[in-house]
Write a protein that binds this ligand. Structure first.
Ligand code: NAD
Length: 344
């Protein structure tokens, strides 16, 4: 049973990934300072898997504090690094806070990976590294464009840091996973997204509107060159994203990676407009949503969706959930969060 360190494991994607790792026989330790999450996620993981995962409540941007995790666990076989701040608008207002947190935590984790000889590293990257691509769908060969936000810049720089690190340390290998739009919740409703920490993500906006916590939902842009005028994104269920991490770490541990740094797009391969997502929510839950078009938001790209051929062929990754499942699970979770967990 290989021991995997999951940083940011109390977060939205990290917690779903831990469930998948545990279900596939990995031993997991978590490092999360709980700045954007809570121990409810550890409860949720335990309710699903029966395993209480140990969390080091450590700010990974603090080098000395990060050392403790490695000293106490010299047998870590691989690292999956999720820990980061991830709000685009917040990063525009507070770029230094984003640079400090996202880049220092990455540097510190890589530093101890080197010190302790942890050779396998998986990094949470994002489709935001592509900016607005010239050609769709986006393959891993699609050139990265100028970052549209400080957040996206931390992902581009993070990828570059990792490449330089691996060149200097050829016994190390890394996988960069570029997520498109993770959405939905664990089907058990034990884990999901917290609206408080993600006020700009579509699913919490939809479910908060459906719960009456918001009067109505704004769809930004009605005149984009898309089928209904709203933006196109590639939504992918968070449990499918989680499983891709298990496949990625397994490939590294088995020595099957073919390059020192491999890159995979994690998207469904299909673009959906915001209006289509709203319709899928209404059809799959039977709940009518109050929404209206609003002016375009600066910085939004028109359309982006993935070509996932590489992840499917090389990782053996086949997403299991469709858009309706994404909406149903998000709704089931939102109801439980609101009724039982005090609506974080
Ligand atoms: N959710 C998305 O839409 C999306 C899309 C693409 C990429 N990503 C990336 O995936 C990763 C996880 O995203 P998420 O949606 O689960 O976010 P999240 O905020 O739910 O999870 C991140 C976790 O990291 C922790 N954290 C942040 N800084 C830390 C630090 N310095 N030390 C220790 N813990 C720290 C937070 O407390 C939180 O629990 C992030 O790197 C994010 O940039 C997310």
């Amino acid at each position: 049973m290989a021991k995997i360190l999951v940083t940011g494991g109390c977060g939205y994607i990290g917690s779903h990934t831990i469930v998948d790792l545990v279900e596939n026989g990995y031993e997991v330790i978590c490092a999360d300072d709980l700045s954007q999450s809570s121990t409810q996620r550890l409860d949720g993981i335990e309710a699903i898997t029966g395993v209480r995962v140990k969390n080091y409540q450590v700010n990974l941007a603090d080098k000395a504090a990060t050392a403790i995790i490695f000293h106490e666990n010299p047998d870590i076989a691989g690292i999956i690094h999720f820990a980061a701040f991830m709000s685009v608008p917040e990063s525009v207002q507070q770029p230094l806070r984003y640079f400090e947190n996202n880049l220092n935590s990455l540097i510190n984790v890589l530093y101890y990976a080197q010190e302790f000889g942890v050779k396998h590293f998986v990094f949470s990257s994002s489709c935001s590294v592509y900016g607005q691509p010239d050609k769709l769908p986006v393959t891993e060969q699609t050139p990265r464009k100028e970052a549209e936000s400080p957040y996206a810049r931390t992902k581009q720089i993070g990828e570059d840091f990792i490449r330089d690190f691996v060149v200097a340390n050829p016994e190390h290998q890394a996988t960069l996973l570029r997520y498109f739009n993770p959405i939905g919740a664990h089907p058990s409703a034990q884990l999901g997204e917290y609206a408080t920490f993600k006020p700009n993500n579509l699913a919490p906006l939809i479910t908060d509107t459906a719960l009456g916590k918001r009067e109505s939902l704004n769809v930004y842009g009605s005149d984009y060159p898309t089928k209904d005028g709203s933006c196109v994104r590639d939504y992918i269920h968070v449990s499918d994203i989680g499983h891709a991490h298990t496949l990625a770490i397994k490939r590294l541990l088995a020595g099957n990676a073919t390059e020192a740094v491999e890159v995979f797009n994690l998207g469904s391969g299909e673009g959906s407009t915001v209006v289509e997502v709203i319709e899928a929510f209404e059809q799959s839950t039977g709940v009518k949503l109050k929404w209206q078009f609003a002016p375009r938001r600066p910085g939004d790209v028109v359309a982006v969706y993935a070509d996932r051929t590489k992840a499917t062929q090389e990782l053996g990754w086949e997403p299991q959930y469709n858009l309706h499942d994404m909406m149903q699970t998000a709704w089931k979770w939102a109801l439980r969060l609101s009724n039982e967990l005090g609506g974080r």
